[in-house]
Ligand binder design. Structure first.
Ligand code: 3H9
Length: 695
């Protein structure tokens, strides 16, 4: 029974029961309609409550049904029947009412929610638009501007905000079913008029709403560059304002039917499920108990250490920072203070919240002060000897069940773990810069890492609001190793004839937030230089190496922080400007390498950069370092801002066609040599007509 029917006196309650999140599958739609009809036909029933079993009202349409032929009854029709009901219908919301879930609630005549209710129309995030009357009803209920904002951003609002906006009529505490019945009794006793949103005018429809529409269009084209659905929802809101309700709904349905099978919506649905899949590690059972996470410590107060400490403070977890010198520690704390000040200035947090968060960050006087930490994250200098020294000290100082983590971006976790007598407690937790902003947490599992420690890392990711993806050990792990292939090619392209801004533009237009050279300037050319030096001893003598970035380093061009890197920057500006000085360095470098520069087309730039990442991704996959191709994609989405509407590099390669990608890789292999050795997995899939991500 997906929708249970019960009567208490004159009140019927329809309880949706479709675990895990009460998605509106065909059976639920049928059950809802049947329950409604039964309640309407029952003479003793005077009011009807719709609610969800478990911790959620309804998470929306069943996304898994989108690829299949639609089955009746359509949601829009069920909602029309609810709205038309002569008996008052009350939505009683706990947990989420998202997408079709909120649309059901908007079809009801009254809405109440618990304090933990969250309401939203997130359809744009999966490449579609609300298709069951939400586009038309929400502006009628709360006005054009807030409705537009909710639909264009797709972000849900919490109960208090929903009440303030007028989406919820009341917030109730205690037993929701009982509260809903009491609310229904009041509606009946007070003979409150039934409010059918579909029949109401839109407030402000005769005003100057076109400006609002244009402002949202601009914002969406900036925030979701290249993505179609936010623009489509804006079109449909404009229709909702100018057309009669039924006509506007029909037009919205036409648009959603076009969007559902679109490439972007497919990629966004893929990304949604890929993210959920990433949380599952085959040999770690769902019930594996994580270790406690009440207090943390961070070693190192540099950019990463400070950012990681902020992650804990932001999540309400007390954290201590240990640095080798008092000066470095003060510098780190000053950086944190400045970042919180900026957040206050931008209105992201209030002054009291800043104080609270700063209050959670404390100095640690020495390793002895870390004895009580449940988790320690080392973000010290990227050198094995330094790491091993830190871990040996942590081993001596920390309590027995503490998790000892390293934020290393490429060093061997097994070797680090071997510096302790408890390798089972050691794990890699690789944050991405800026650590308090980027959502990826690459969880690197060493060969001895305990299952409970992996589970703890996954729990930590959730607590910090990050997306945790588990992988194995290899140089650079999954994210940086696959991205490293892209930056390698970007550098070679510049040596061969392209200019940094040309390469960056191609990747920016593809949808990346920044090209690799702008990123290098942000991260610091000196940082890249140090990483390259760490490879010097192991780099093969016959391996092609681009020395151009080293030349910039020698000139003191460290990137944004010195106002000069691959680009130049006006004082106080972060806008990269092409610099003739850099061009001269590049031309000389090409000459010194004996390369005759040539014109390089956009197609080659894109293929060289992305096929390189895909080929490396295939190798990583085959080595078992990544569990699945979709994990690599999730890492690129959350670590590097790969355009979500393209799914991720591995999914994107599937859409290009692996035959074509493999041909390209073979061609580059012939032209460029060993770096392009085709991944055997790529070859096999290309030859068998397979794909990385299907199935
Ligand atoms: C829509 O409504 C269109 C309408 O306008 C009507 C058009 C006609 N469908 O995220 P979790 C699964 S579009 C199918 O891990 P959480 C999910 O895959 C829809 N499955 O839990 C996972 O499965 P598994 C608009 C869904 O507590 C499990 O539920 N709505 C759906 O962290 C648990 O999910 C949305 O876009 C679904 N709609 O977060 C909401 N939702 O265990 C999408 C979840 O096998 N959903 N599943 O891996 C969410 O945002 C989050 O899942 C939610 C729960 C906040 C609900």
């Amino acid at each position: 029974m997906t929708v249970a029917y019960a009567e208490h006196g004159s009140i019927a309650t329809l309880t949706l029961d479709n675990p895990p999140v009460n998605a509106l599958s065909v059976a639920v739609r049928q059950g809802l309609r049947d329950g409604l009809r039964r309640a309407l036909a029952e003479p003793t029933v005077a009011a009807i409550i719709v609610m969800g079993k478990g911790r959620n009202f309804i998470a929306g349409a069943d996304i898994r049904e989108f690829g299949r032929p639609p089955q009746p009854p359509r949601l829009v029709e069920v909602i029309a029947e609810i709205e038309a009901s002569a008996k008052p219908v009350i939505a009683a919301i706990d947990g989420v009412a998202l997408g079709g879930g909120l649309e059901v609630a908007l079809g009801c005549h009254f809405r109440i929610g618990t304090p933990r209710a969250q309401l939203g129309l997130p359809e744009v995030k999966i490449g579609i638009i609300p298709g069951a009357g939400g586009v038309e009803r929400l502006p009628r209920l709360i006005g054009i501007e807030p409705a537009l904002k909710m639909m264009v951003s797709g972000d849900p609002v919490r109960a208090a905000k929903a009440k303030e906006l007028g989406i919820l009529d009341a917030i109730v505490e205690g037993d929701l079913a009982a509260e809903a019945r009491a609310f229904a009794e009041r509606v009946l006793a007070e003979k409150r008029p039934i409010r059918r949103l579909g029949q109401m005018p839109i407030p402000g429809a005769d005003g100057d709403w076109r400006q609002l529409i244009e402002a949202q269009r601009k914002l969406a084209s900036k925030q979701n560059r290249g993505q179609i659905s936010p623009q489509k929802v804006i079109d449909c809101v404009a229709n909702a304002i100018t057309l009669p309700f039924d006509q506007a709904v029909a037009e919205t349905i036409r648009v959603i039917n076009e969007l559902i099978p679109s490439e972007q919506a497919k990629a966004l649905r893929y990304a949604f499920f890929a993210e959920r899949e990433a949380g599952k590690v085959p040999d770690i059972e769902a019930g594996t108990a994580p270790r406690p996470l009440r207090g943390a410590a961070v070693i190192g107060a540099g950019t990463m250490g400070a950012g990681i400490a902020m992650c804990f403070a932001d999540a309400g977890i007390p954290v201590r920072i240990l640095e080798s010198s008092a000066e470095a520690l003060e510098k780190g704390l000053a950086r944190i203070g400045k970042l919180y000040d900026e957040m206050v200035q931008k209105g992201r947090i209030g002054a009291a919240e800043r104080e609270k968060r700063l209050g959670l960050i404390a100095k640690a006087a020495g390793y002895e002060a870390l004895g009580e930490a449940d988790i320690v994250i080392e973000a010290a200098f990227e050198e094995m000897a330094v790491k091993r020294d830190v871990f040996a000290k942590l081993d001596a100082a920390c309590k027995r069940d503490a998790v000892l983590a390293s934020n290393t971006s490429y060093l061997d976790i097994n070797e680090i773990a071997a510096a302790t007598r408890r390798p089972e407690s050691v794990i890699g937790l690789h944050f991405f810069s800026p650590a308090n902003v980027m959502k990826l947490l690459e969880i690197v599992r060493g060969k001895a890492t305990g299952k409970d420690v992996v589970a703890t890392a996954q729990a930590l990711a959730k607590m910090l609001g990050k997306v945790g993806v588990v992988c194995g050990v290899c140089h650079g792990f999954v994210a940086n190793r696959s991205r490293g292939a892209m930056t390698r090619e970007a550098n070679f392209l510049v040596d061969e004839g392209a200019l940094p801004h040309e390469v960056d533009r191609v990747l920016y237009e593809f949808g990346m937030p920044m090209g690799p050279f702008a990123v290098a300037d942000l991260a610091g050319i000196d940082v890249g230089w140090r990483v390259r030096r760490s490879f010097d001893a192991t780099r093969r003598k016959d391996e092609r190496y681009s020395p151009t970035a080293d030349r910039l380093y020698e000139l003191g061009r460290y990137g944004q922080k010195t106002g000069k890197g691959w680009y130049r920057y006006e004082p106080g500006s972060r806008t990269p400007l092409p610099d003739p000085e850099v061009e001269a360095v590049i031309l000389k470098s090409s000459k010194d390498q004996g390369i005759t520069r040539r014109a390089i087309g956009e197609d080659e730039i894109l293929a060289r950069c992305l096929y390189a990442a895909v080929n490396e991704g295939a190798k990583i996959l085959e080595e078992g370092v990544a569990l699945r191709a979709s994990d690599i994609d999730v890492m690129w989405l959350y670590g590097f801002g790969f355009p979500r509407w393209r799914g991720g590099p591995m999914y994107w390669a599937d859409t290009v066609g692996l035959g074509k990608v493999y041909d390209g890789v073979q061609r580059f292999h012939r032209e460029q040599g060993t770096f392009w050795t085709p991944a055997p997995l790529l070859r096999r899939l290309a030859e068998s007509g397979g794909s990385f991500t299907a199935g």
